[in-house]
Design a protein around this ligand. Structure first.
Ligand code: GLY
Length: 413
């Protein structure tokens, strides 16, 4: 037996999306120095949010430079399950429920745009989600708990419909909601596809840019300094997820990022077990089970507020596999591939920070998307691009996301 490398079991292992047709050529890497460069807009952070903003700005003909300290989608974006659960998720705010719906539909349009531009495929599929219940009591508890904000299209499937429609689901299932418009994708592939498309439309994407510091004076943002040189600019967008807080703190802006660790497991069904493999996402109370376009099935996720480590515990793997094998009994003979952890960037009120930091002209925040960064990426790009074109938060309808809702001591106003 081959020994297992310790980092495959103990550390986050980014999902291996790049199989078969999802192989993605590297971004064109530029070796030029950043010294004395200028860009109208600098985006700090190459996760899915930063890449979506670069895509939207570049598609509107704006001059944009994205700087990423490591590689595109090497942080939280590489740990996500990639569900576009606009109808299934119970959002903290009705406003986010509407934004999630719009963003999911925008991603559908981006799929075609990106494919025409680059030929890239990020595994986006609309195969619908199932929320199953063990009993009538579980269904009642779900209805009582759920806020009225989540009201997307759904159909009730009773026991016999479930047995007929999803033969691989536990036959004891009491019933399930089926939400046909729900979709899912490969998150790293999406981030790279956004970055590559932005690049093809003129954006500069620079990976491995270390020691980013904001340069501001009394007139506002002047640029950023980095280990590779100083770049002047008019606007800086902080889209650095968990690192957003530190970057903002450099210039005296308090916008806390709250880490919420999550763990995910990947399995694969051998070819002779294909009939047991889910063909739609199961979005249950105790686990989600997501069949991916690369052939894998991802099972998530745990939730540990306040934890930032990337270890994966045996207990979590056991819990996730236990819950999943209740819903999909045929997965007992599936092959375990790997498990990984990621840290979701949350905020005190669980709403992202999107918009202008009024204290510092030219400075914008776009982070703190908690569980919904992949889903809200497309609309966040649109919001930020609209703002840079002069629209106010009120006109766009995103006052609730204003970074200024947090006062200088980091408390909600
Ligand atoms: N978006 C699902 C999760 O964060 O677990």
């Amino acid at each position: 037996m081959e020994p297992i490398e310790p980092n495959q079991t103990m550390k986050a292992v980014a999902p291996s999306e790049e199989q078969g047709k999802f192989t993605i050529s590297s971004l064109e890497r530029s070796s030029e120095s950043l010294e004395a460069m200028h860009a109208e807009t600098i985006i700090v952070g190459g996760g899915v949010i930063g890449c979506a903003i670069a895509f939207e700005l570049a598609s509107r003909g704006r001059e944009v430079l994205l700087v990423e300290q490591s590689e595109i989608a090497s942080g939280t974006s590489s740990a996500a399950a990639g569900m576009l659960a606009a109808d299934s998720e119970d959002f903290a705010h009705p406003f986010i429920a509407q934004a999630a719906y719009e963003s999911r539909e925008l991603l559908m349009k981006h799929k075609d745009q990106i494919s025409a531009l680059t030929g890239m495929d990020f595994g986006l599929r609309r195969s619908g989600f199932i929320t199953p219940f063990r009993s009538y009591m579980d269904l009642s508890a779900y209805k009582n708990k759920r806020s009225s904000s989540s009201s997307g299209e759904k159909t009730w499937w009773d026991r016999s419909t479930v047995q007929r429609e999803v033969t691989w689901l536990n036959r004891d299932t009491y019933g399930a909601y089926y939400r046909p418009m729900e979709s899912e994708l490969l998150p790293v592939s999406l981030s790279r596809a956004y970055a590559r498309s932005a690049q093809m439309m003129g954006a500069r994407i620079c990976e491995g840019v270390r020691d980013v510091r904001l340069i501001v004076n009394k007139d506002g943002v002047q640029g950023v300094s980095t280990a590779q040189g100083e770049i002047s600019c008019k606007h800086v967008i902080i889209a650095a997820g968990l690192h957003g807080e530190q970057l903002m703190a450099q210039v005296g802006v308090t916008l806390p990022s709250i880490p919420v660790k999550g763990e995910i497991v990947a399995i694969r069904f051998p070819a002779d077990q294909a009939t047991y493999r889910p063909d739609r996402t199961v979005y249950a109370e105790d686990a989600y089970i997501v069949p991916k376009a690369n052939g894998e099935v991802w099972i998530g996720a745990t939730s540990f507020p306040g934890r930032k480590d990337h270890s994966v515990s045996a207990n979590s793997v056991q819990r996730l596999l236990g819950a999943a094998s209740y819903w999909v009994p045929g997965m007992k003979d599936a092959v375990f591939l790997r498990a990984w952890a990621g840290i979701r960037p949350s905020t005190p009120d669980k709403l992202p920070y999107v918009g202008k930091c009024e204290q510092i002209p030219g400075l914008y925040a776009a982070y703190g998307h908690f569980r919904n960064g992949i889903l809200l990426s497309a609309i966040t790009g649109r919001w930020i691009a609209d703002m840079l074109e002069g629209k106010s938060a009120e006109e766009i309808g995103i006052e609730a996301l204003s970074p200024d809702r947090i006062n200088k001591k980091g408390v909600m106003m």
